[in-house]
Ligand binder design. Structure first.
Ligand code: GRF
Length: 191
């Protein structure tokens, strides 16, 4: 059976990466076997790398510190091409990607807000602090503008009175963990 080769990009804890691998590794879809071929972090101490490695996925660091945005993306694209990547999944990858990357791969991201509200790196807190009664998570295609690609899936979370930020964050994460794998399957199925 041929493989559908998926790469993960992360920078931190990696709970989404771990969850995606646990739920989707070796899943059969469209007569292909979904295979996580590599996890790449731009931070060498990212917890997520250990989690992916523990699940048998090759996990590597591509340092971004000493490189310009273009140099980093060139190296990233070359790496991903080397792994014959069909799809890239961003899972807490805290770096803006250039057109060089976006034009080379299909990629999805998970974002902790109901886009187009609260784009950017502070979305979880902004959702928590907003006067809205609901928050939510979005899976979207990665495009040239930050958090602005086509929306693939969304789910809503009803806020609770007096809920702490930590509790809110935990509920948001579990929503992410149910939405992202399902959205990935539906996305691949639609290709
Ligand atoms: C998640 O909240 C995701 O929505 C955002 O970054 C966070 C990553 O968390 N893009 P984790 O590293 O997967 O635990």
């Amino acid at each position: 059976m041929t493989e559908f080769r998926v790469a993960i990009l992360l920078s931190g804890t990696g709970s989404n990466a771990e969850n995606l691998i646990k739920k989707l590794q070796n899943r059969e879809l469209n007569s292909k076997k979904l295979s996580f071929v590599v996890a790449i972090s731009n931070k060498k101490d990212a917890e997520g790398l250990k989690k992916c490695r523990a699940l048998g996925v090759e996990s590597i660091v591509l340092e971004s510190q000493s490189r310009t945005r273009e140099e980093f993306d060139r190296a990233l694209v070359d790496k991903l091409l080397g792994y014959k990547t069909d799809l890239v999944l961003l899972a807490g990858f805290m770096r803006i990607l250039t057109p060089l990357f976006v034009d080379s791969f299909r990629a999805l991201n998970i974002h902790p807000s109901l886009l187009p509200l609260f784009k950017g790196g502070n979305a979880m807190m902004e959702s928590y602090e907003s006067m809205m009664k609901v928050a939510g998570v979005t899976v979207h295609e990665v495009s040239k503008e930050l958090d602005s690609g086509k929306i693939v899936a969304q789910d809503v979370l009803y806020k609770k009175e007096n809920e702490s930020f930590e509790e809110f964050k935990a509920r948001m994460h579990s929503l992410e963990h149910s939405l992202y794998p399902q959205a990935v399957l539906e996305y691949i199925h639609s290709l």
